[in-house]
Every structure is written in structure tokens, then in C-alpha cells.
Design a protein around this ligand. Structure first.
Ligand code: GLA
Length: 399
């Protein structure tokens, strides 16, 4: 019954555009969490952030097969602009970094079947320090900047939160939402407010209609940072839904600060939390282990599942975290995460996962790509910092 009901909800959501002439933009742009690439975690503002790099990344997204498994956005972060607007008040691209200009870059990205994203801030300057050059933000220029972005072919805006002079966050993010709507182009709206004013409570309101909102401060390439961000985001499951996602920041997989075990935990946790999957490593130099993690279709399918539910943490112990995510087909994704520094055995009853009582359960290990049958007690040895990720369904009714 529950399964039937959830199928029905999903079908209604999928069929919504057929029955209504003006569906909520959020549902069109973000029925699933966004996937793609953003340069920030790998380059920050360093010189290597350039047209050459971004073209190379777009090319690699295609040749590595990543586009075809869902990574569609190529997003430029801070430092793409000149420090000053032109005499007409328009933002100007930094021509040293991007000699061909943004329009040609957008055309190149679109020609590859990818989408183009840009960054600015809901403040007078972006987050790059003023004394280090500083770049103009969009506060007070929302209409002009949104129109410019639409004319460049921008498909995605990451809208940051620096240098806002204590102006109300709702007001600032509402002004850009209106400007995006008036721009004449459908632009994914990624609110980057870092969770300061609890955007999960207001950013999905119709006059903002954000597709995602950052729930935390910036991620760093360390297990400690991963843990902090995971803990802040995992409790917000009630707020995520198709069209509107919690964003615990971009992926660090491949950047070298964590072990492969830790990166697998990172990717597993982001997937079970239905988080945006934005690759943050330079795909021109990615190592095979990191590529294998980012390319794991079975894990991506958990993140992108049509039911659109963020996993819920149902056990919270120092060496045993259990997160469960109901899926469209009635099965459950389950992450058994051991954040401690010693190995642990994690055991959970199938009924605690919301599965029907049965004699046997089919358990698919999404990292080992193996299947086995289990009794109602599902158990795994989980090494330090590791995550075992299962997809489970009942195979034989108990009653
Ligand atoms: C903030 C954001 C980061 C990044 C930088 C750029 O810190 O949270 O994701 O965009 O600004 O300056």
C-alpha cells in the first residue's frame, strides 16, 4: 500500500507538466538533485582557473562518460569577472582567464550537450577578499545581471552570500529570484547562504523557489570537514524534496586529502542524502580510483532516485551511523557508516528500515556490486571511516 502510494506520488509529480500549463519552475529544473562540475574545490582563484581548463573539463565530462551518467552542469565559480563593471554597469569577464569570452564558452559547452553555470554573490562584492582584487556582486544590480546571464546562455546560477551589509537574506534572494524569472531564460537557482538564516525554512517559498540551498559552511578536503558537514546536513531530511534540495556543498572526491575509503564514504553519504553531486576535482588529471567512485552508477541511482526523498538517520552512535532512504521501487537504500577510528560491526533489523517483515531479503552491495540473501538481521563489518552502502528489498513474505 505504502509502495503503491509512493509510486502514485512520483507519477503525479512526473505527469504534473502535462496537466498544468504553468508548472512550478523548480520541478522542471530540479526533479532530481543537480549533477555536474564546479571548479572551486580544485582551483579556488588560482590562475589555472581559465577557459583552457573549463573547455578541457567539458571535453573530459564527455570522453570519460560522465555526461552520459548524469553530470550535466559545467559551473564557473568566483573570480571569473573583472574587478569593475563597464560604463553601462555590466559585469565584465576577465579576458586574461577567458580570452574567448563567456558566450563562446557557453556555446562550446552547449554544443557538447552540457549546461553552463555561473557564480555571483547577493552582496556588493563576491567572497573573494576586496584587498585581493574583489569582484562585483549583484546586490542592487539583480535585473541587469540576470539579463546579462540569460543573454550569455547561463543555465545555472550559484548565488553566494558575501558582503551584504546585513540586509535581510530573504529579501536579497527574493530580488534575484524575480530577476531570474524576468530574464526570459530558465535558470537553475542555487542559493549559497551557508545555512546562516536557515534557508531550508524559506528558500523554497514560491517567490524564491530556489532549487537548492547550501546548508553549511564551505567543505574542505579532510575527513574532519566531511564529518562536520554531514552531521549538519543529515538532520535536515524533512526539507528536501523534488525541486528543492539541501546542498551540503560540492564534492572533494579526487582532490587528494582523503583516502579512497573516505571518499567512498563522502560519495555514499551525499548520495543517500540526495545531495547535489558537483564534481570538484580537475577531471583532466583525475586518478582511476577517484573516477571509479564518481562513476558508480548504482550509487548515483540512489542520489537520483525518482521518489526524491533525502535519507533519514535512524542510528546515531560514535561508531555506527545508519541512514535509510526509501526508493521509488519500494526498496530501501541503507548506509552503514562508521565515523570512528576503529572497525565496527553494524547490525540493523530490516523492519527498522521500513521494509515489510519477511524471511529473506535481497541485499545488493553498491560498492562491491554483489548480491546476497540475508535474514532479517542485516549486518556488516565496517572499517574505520568506511561506509557500506546497500540496496535492500524483501524477497519472501514472512506472513
Ligand atoms: C564562498 C562559497 C564557496 C565559494 C567561495 C568563492 O565561500 O561558499 O563555495 O563559492 O565563496 O569565493
Amino acid at each position: 500500500m505504502i509502495r503503491y502510494f509512493s509510486h502514485c506520488i512520483t507519477l503525479c509529480v512526473l505527469l504534473w507538466p502535462l496537466g498544468h500549463s504553468a508548472p512550478a519552475a523548480a520541478m522542471v529544473l530540479a526533479p532530481r538533485p543537480q549533477m555536474g562540475f564546479n571548479n572551486w574545490n580544485s582551483t579556488h582563484c588560482r590562475e589555472e582557473f581559465s577557459e583552457t581548463m573549463i573547455r578541457g573539463i567539458a571535453h573530459r565530462l564527455v570522453t570519460l562518460g560522465l555526461r552520459d551518467i548524469g553530470y550535466s552542469y559545467v559551473n564557473l565559480d568566483d573570480c571569473w569577472a573583472e574587478p569593475d563593471r563597464d560604463p553601462q554597469g555590466n559585469l565584465v569577464v576577465n579576458h586574461q582567464r577567458f580570452p574567448g569570452g563567456l558566450k563562446r564558452l557557453a556555446d562550446y559547452i552547449h554544443a557538447k550537450g552540457l549546461k553552463f553555470g555561473l557564480y555571483t554573490s547577493a552582496g556588493s562584492f563576491t567572497c573573494q577578499k576586496r584587498e585581493e582584487g574583489g569582484f562585483p556582486g549583484a546586490l542592487g544590480h539583480e535585473m541587469q545581471d540576470a539579463a546579462l546571464m540569460a543573454s550569455l546562455g547561463v543555465d545555472y546560477l550559484k548565488y553566494d552570500n558575501c558582503n551584504h551589509g546585513a540586509l535581510d537574506a530573504g529579501q536579497r534572494y527574493r530580488a534575484m529570484a524575480l530577476a531570474l524569472r524576468r530574464s526570459g531564460r530558465e535558470i537553475f537557482y542555487s542559493v549559497c547562504e551557508w545555512g546562516e538564516n536557515r534557508p531550508w525554512l524559506w528558500a523554497a517559498e514560491p517567490d524564491i523557489d530556489a532549487n537548492s540551498w547550501r546548508t553549511t559552511g564551505d567543505i574542505e578536503d579532510s575527513f574532519q570537514s566531511l564529518l562536520k558537514i554531514y552531521n549538519e546536513n543529515v538532520v535536515l531530511d524533512a526539507y528536501a524534496r523534488p525541486g528543492h534540495w539541501n546542498d551540503p556543498d560540492m564534492l572533494e572526491v579526487g582532490n587528494g586529502g582523503m583516502s579512497s575509503t573516505e571518499y567512498r564514504s563522502h560519495f555514499s553519504l551525499w548520495a543517500i542524502m540526495a545531495a547535489p553531486l558537483l564534481i570538484g576535482t580537475d577531471l583532466r588529471k583525475i586518478d582511476p580510483a577517484a573516477l571509479a567512485i564518481l562513476s558508480n552508477r548504482e550509487v548515483i541511482a540512489i542520489d537520483q532516485d525518482a521518489l526524491g526523498v533525502q535519507g533519514k538517520r535512524i542510528r546515531n552512535q560514535v561508531d555506527a551511523q545508519v541512514i535509510v532512504k526509501p526508493l521509488f521501487d519500494g526498496s530501501r537504500a541503507v548506509a552503514l557508516f562508521n565515523p570512528s577510528d576503529h572497525a565496527a560491526t553494524i547490525t540493523i533489523a530490516a523492519t527498522e528500515l521500513g521494509l515489510e517483515a519477511a524471511n529473506h531479503y535481497a541485499v545488493r552491495d553498491l560498492w562491491r556490486h554483489t548480491s546476497r540473501n540475508s535474514t532479517a538481521a542485516i549486518s556488516a563489518q565496517v572499517p574505520a571511516h568506511a561506509t557500506v552502502l546497500y540496496r535492500i528489498h524483501a524477497t519472501q513474505s514472512g506472513q
